[in-house]
Every structure is written in structure tokens, then in C-alpha cells.
Design a protein around this ligand. Structure first.
Ligand code: AMP
Length: 219
């Protein structure tokens, strides 16, 4: 089962992917996570993409396509993969079609997570991430026991630079302009299934089993 997960920033793409990875063993590939890891290492790729990400802008297509191509070519996906946050432009969608054809990998579904802009803004600007282990919190929806300290590892919680309000508004605007039109592209291919962004954990199992037809979960 190979999937794309689409939705505005903060829609819950990463949360959905991590529940599905844990329970259905589908490999989660997030271009945002790949970029953030490279930035943390200050690798040449990380240095090249850092300023785009901090400002909430898209990393250039060619660079992003090359990374996805190498991950898909070198990886091993016994239960398939979920691409989270890619493609984000028409050029990327076309590049992905080409990569998948070359590798003889089908695309089964495109999951579109739907959420209201104001809900997104509240979710993202309240989000805090542990600088040690990357656990995600929310200042009001899912706070840590001790303010600004991670419950899991005791690390300091920080706000991602691109989770600040100005950057979030820009990311939503870029999504509306460049990424939303892709839904039509995939609608024409009959691949879209929608998920209400207010989903809870149990809703994911029902969604996966009824809409995607996967029944081998271990929840
Ligand atoms: P995300 O965690 O998916 O919201 O990604 C964080 C940031 O990484 C985005 O705001 C972009 O700057 C960059 N990024 C992630 N995926 C892509 C992509 N497919 N194309 C261009 N930039 C991306």
C-alpha cells in the first residue's frame, strides 16, 4: 500500500503517519523531517535548505525531487510507504509520477486531511517540540507536566522557527496557491480519500480499514 498524505501545515499528517506506521508498518517518509535532520547535522544539504524552511518557504523542486528519488530508490518498503509533505507543487507531482513509473511502484491512495485555517493556526502556534527527542507537545491541548520541559527525556521544549505565526500564515498561503491544486490532479486519477482533521486515534483505525481496505493492523 503506497500512499500520499496531503493537508495544510498542522492538519495532522505526521500524527496520522506515525499511527499508521506503528500499527500497519507502512514506512513513513517525511521530506520536512529529512530536511530538519539535515539542518540539525549542518550537512551541506541542511545548510542549503535552512533559510527556506525558517522563512516558511518551499525548498526548490529539483533539490526536493532528488531527495525523494534517492529515498524511494534505496529504501525497502515491505508494507509500502506514506509520503508526508511531498509532493507540494505540480512539478513535484509530475516528478513523482516519473519516479514511481521507473521504480514500478503503484500509488494506491492520496489521503487528504481537511481542517479549518483558524484551527490550524491555533494548533501550530501552540506546538512545542523537545530539543532532545523530538516529542511533540501543545501548550494547551497536550502540555508537558513541567512547563517547557520534556516528560520523556527532560530536554528543553522549543518552538520551531517556522511554527511562529507569521511563518504559519505564509505556509498556509503557499499551500493554498501551490499545493491545493494538486488535489484536482489526483482527483482526476481517482485516488483521493478524505479524512476529517479532528480525527482521534480510534478514527484512524476505522478510516484505514473502511476507506483504504487495510485489515492487517496490530492495534
Ligand atoms: P513540513 O514538516 O512537511 O511542514 O515541512 C517543513 C518545511 O520543509 C516546509 O515548510 C518547507 O520549507 C520544507 N519542505 C518540506 N517538504 C517540502 C516539499 N515537498 N517541497 C518543498 N519544501 C518542502
Amino acid at each position: 500500500m503506497n500512499l500520499l498524505i496531503m493537508g495544510k501545515p498542522g492538519a495532522g499528517k505526521g500524527t496520522l503517519a506515525s499511527i499508521m506506521q506503528d500499527n500497519y508498518h507502512i514506512t513513513h517518509i517525511s521530506t520536512g523531517n529529512i530536511f530538519r535532520e539535515e539542518i540539525a547535522k549542518q550537512s551541506p544539504l541542511g545548510i542549503a535548505v535552512e533559510s527556506f524552511i525558517t522563512k516558511g518557504e518551499l525548498v526548490p523542486d529539483e533539490l526536493t525531487n532528488n531527495i525523494v528519488k534517492s529515498v524511494l530508490t534505496q529504501g525497502h518498503f515491505p508494507n509500502g510507504f506514506m509520503l508526508d509533505g511531498y509532493p507540494r507543487t505540480k512539478d513535484q507531482a509530475i516528478a513523482l509520477d516519473r519516479i514511481l513509473t521507473e521504480l514500478n511502484m503503484p500509488l494506491n491512495f492520496v489521503v487528504d486531511i481537511e481542517v479549518d485555517d483558524e484551527v490550524l493556526l491555533k494548533r501550530i502556534t501552540g506546538r512545542r517540540v523537545c530539543s532532545g527527542c523530538n516529542t511533540i507537545y501543545h501548550i494547551s491541548l497536550h502540555p508537558s507536566i513541567k512547563q517547557d520541559v520534556c516528560d520523556v527525556c527532560g530536554g528543553i521544549l522549543i518552538q520551531r522557527e517556522d511554527d511562529k505565526e507569521e511563518s504559519v500564515r505564509k505556509r498556509i498561503q503557499i499551500y493554498n496557491q501551490k499545493t491545493e491544486p494538486l488535489l484536482d490532479y489526483y482527483r482526476q486519477k481517482n485516488l483521493i480519500v478524505t479524512l476529517d482533521g479532528r480525527f482521534k486515534r480510534e478514527d484512524v483505525f476505522e478510516f484505514v480499514e473502511t476507506k483504504l481496505g487495510i485489515t492487517h493492523g496490530n492495534h
